[in-house]
Design a protein around this ligand. Structure first.
Ligand code: ADP
Ligand code: MG
Length: 236
């Protein structure tokens, strides 16, 4: 069962337990805010999104949790059948929409545009929790069309908490303990063949930013820093 109680915060020092507890109080959902959980595979993004979704339900909110691919396929199907409006209306109903694993696939321009319509529809009225193995700077690649990517991020980041989780896969850690696979090389660098997100600023591992309307400028000026700071292979 993926609950907050079952999440081992000690094993994941890049997450601030207090921040997760604050999010679990679900106030951000009432305000139509967004949460982005970013980080490499296996660090607990899905676990935390299920746990936060459960807390939201317990607080009385309606929650829907489609996988990103299912969601996008559903939008495309509805569009093809000329019932996109109806589909968007349905998807605007839950107070929290969790989109898990955005970024594993690159979205074609048409699909990206449909996703944009969904984000616009929910903007400032319905909360979204999105998990991705890609950094925000890489979303331009995920959404193929940079104009659409910019428009999506503009809305998503306006009232948002962005949590970047770093570290090794929890699953692989258990295997490492048993000696089944070798530990990663010592030092700061990522293990070969796996992804590791480095924070932009040293010291504090957790990156949380409240973005504002000027994020576009932020994005332009920070992109280079993101690219330098994140050494995740862009094809992860
Ligand atoms: P991600 O979505 O980031 O790829 P998952 O949430 O699917 O990772 O985590 C992979 C597995 O490891 C899941 O079974 C999850 O419950 C478990 N897991 C990951 N991090 C933790 C943690 N800190 N404490 C307890 N279980 C964890
Ligand atoms: Mg996941």
């Amino acid at each position: 069962m993926k609950e907050l109680a079952g999440f081992d915060f000690e094993a994941q020092p890049s997450i601030d337990p207090k921040q997760i507890r604050d999010l679990a109080a679900s106030h951000w959902i009432a305000n139509g805010g967004n949460v982005l959980l970013l980080g490499p595979p296996g660090v607990g993004k899905t676990h935390l999104s299920i746990a936060l979704g459960r807390e939201a339900i317990l607080a009385g909110y309606t929650v829907q949790f489609p996988a990103a691919t299912t969601l996008v396929a559903g939008l495309a199907k509805a569009h093809g059948e000329r019932r996109l409006g109806e589909k968007l209306l349905t998807l605007s109903k839950p107070k929290l929409l969790i989109v898990d694993e955005l970024g594993y696939l690159q979205l074609e321009p048409d699909a990206a545009h449909l996703f944009f319509q969904l984000v616009s529809r929910r903007y400032e009225t319905g909360a979204m929790l999105i998990t991705s193995n890609r950094s925000v700077a890489d979303w331009v690649t995920v959404f193929a069309d940079p104009v659409v990517a910019t428009a999506i991020l503009d809305r998503l980041l306006h009232h948002s908490d962005v949590l970047t989780i770093r570290g090794d896969s929890y699953r692989l850690r258990a295997k490492r303990k048993s000696g089944l696979i070798k530990p990663p090389p010592a030092g700061d660098g990522p293990p070969v063949g796996s992804a590791s997100l480095r924070p932009v600023t040293g010291g504090n591992n957790l990156q949380t930013r409240s973005y504002s309307r000027w994020w576009g400028q932020f994005f332009m000026t920070q992109r280079g820093r993101f690219r330098m700071a994140f050494d995740t292979p862009s094809n992860m």
